[in-house]
Design a protein around this ligand. Structure first.
Ligand code: ZN
Length: 435
């Protein structure tokens, strides 16, 4: 399972490729794609999936019983990770033919971790389609390193090791290379370096490219580290490790027959507050569930409301692991360790959806799966983060729990989690889907 998890992390440099990776795995397991703009027909035991904006994906296995009776068993996670997006008109032409790019920060990245690395570019590109309302989408991934963000030498910034406030606009612009005058005038005539690179990579005329959403990513493969290879280290562990672990559990249980309807929901834009049409704050999951209830047992709204009342959601987003160098940052009695099993997240001020009921359900699932489980609670003087669970409950008044695997260096360009924790979490997710 860990090998597959690492391959999927490597194949998913952005939210778009993550959704493609998941869609390919679902297709391979016999899931049928449903297009939101078409009429759907479904059958009991059928396996379906739907994408939204190419960056969120939802898989459903129809249960034996009606959803109003058996409910939905939902595991949610997110496809996006903090990093840098390339702005339009990004090219900045410097001395000696050097071209760098104007970028914008996405989410709360640890900026210092992005310097002096081989970086590549991936995302999606829109070219002209049959009419203005239907541009054609292309996913693109350069795969090889194409740029870097060089640090400033310590001689020009003697205080760098005393803490330095980085400016995204000044300090974080990736350098793409240097070009002669002829090359620069050619790229300018094609709409700039980015469009000219995209044209070559996709085999299209750069003038056909209308727009793009491109991100930088570190060219480093997922790897195991630690004396006994107990740690998993990779970019984008938060939250692709949970997305791929829920996928693993869904595929593992796909041929079982269950009364409940299994749902895997991978939203986009959690790192910026989930406020998009493909984010957890949107009606996308509720609409999908309403549609399945209507197709399974009719339009009456009361049936949908019963289905919601009979459902449970595991909101899976990675948690902070106790860091041996910074013990003082953690709660004295509830600091999950890497290797200690999945983590239930608790917050008295309801930043997490977990309550005693949701936690009890998850801890029982762990017990049934033979898996140890830990708590994360913030140090009482430290404000923590938030996640999907409570945002979703604004759309759906579901019972549920916020949980995740414990990781170090959340939002660093490369994060570290535990091998055993992901294997254990896959067992708990499979147990949830099976019951
Ligand atoms: Zn996350």
């Amino acid at each position: 399972m860990i090998q597959r998890l690492m391959e999927r992390l490597d194949a998913s440099p952005t939210n778009f490729q993550a959704v493609q990776t998941i869609a390919e795995a679902l297709e391979g397991a016999g899931f049928r794609r449903l297009l939101p703009e078409e009429a759907w027909s479904i059958e009991r035991g059928g396996k379906y999936y739907m994408t939204k904006n190419d960056s969120a994906i939802f898989a459903v296995i129809a249960g034996r019983k009606n959803p109003s009776e058996a409910g939905f068993h939902i595991i949610s996670s997110h496809s996006d990770s903090p990093g840098f997006k390339i702005k339009p008109n990004a090219e900045i032409y410097g001395d000696g033919g050097v071209v760098s790019l104007n970028v914008e920060k996405y989410g709360g990245a640890v900026l210092s971790t992005w310097f002096d690395r081989p970086l590549s570019i991936a995302g999606r590109v829109m070219t002209r389609g049959k009419d203005a309302l239907h541009p054609v989408t292309h996913l693109v991934d350069f795969r090889r390193p194409v740029c870097t963000i060089p640090n400033l030498a310590i001689h020009f910034n003697r205080q760098v090791n005393d803490g330095y406030a980085y400016s995204v606009q000044k300090d974080m612009k990736p350098v793409m290379g240097y070009f002669d005058e002829e090359e620069i005038s050619l790229m300018k005539s094609e709409g700039g370096l980015v469009k000219s690179m995209l044209g070559r990579e996709l085999g299209v005329d750069p003038k056909e490219i209308i727009d793009y959403e491109l991100s930088l990513y570190p060219v480093v493969r997922a790897t195991l580290t630690g004396v006994n290879e107990e740690y998993l280290q990779s970019p984008r562990i938060d939250d692709l490790s949970m997305a791929f672990t829920s996928l693993e559990a869904l595929l593992q249980t796909a041929d079982e027959e269950t009364d409940a309807w299994r749902v895997m929901a991978v939203f986009d834009n959690e790192e910026t507050g989930s406020g998009t049409k493909q984010g957890a704050h949107s009606p996308v999951l509720r609409s999908l569930m309403e549609r399945f209830v209507a197709l399974a047992e009719g339009e009456e709204r009361e049936r949908f409301l019963r289905a919601v009342a009979n459902s449970f959601m595991i909101s899976a987003d990675d948690a902070h692991a106790w860091h041996p160098n910074y013990s003082e940052k953690y709660d004295p009695t509830n600091h999950p360790v890497i290797g200690g099993g999945p983590v239930v997240k608790i917050n008295a001020n309801c930043k997490y959806m977990t309550d005693a009921d949701g936690s009890a359900v998850f801890r029982e699932l762990c017990r049934e799966a033979g898996v140890d489980c830990q708590y994360f609670v913030n140090h009482s003087d430290v404000a923590g983060g938030s996640t999907l669970g409570n945002i979703l409950t604004g759309q759906l008044d579901l019972r549920g729990v916020d949980m995740g695997c414990a990781i170090w260096a959340m939002h660093s360009a490369v994060e570290t989690g535990g091998v055993a924790d992901h294997e254990a979490t896959a067992c708990v997710f499979a147990r949830f889907y099976s019951c």
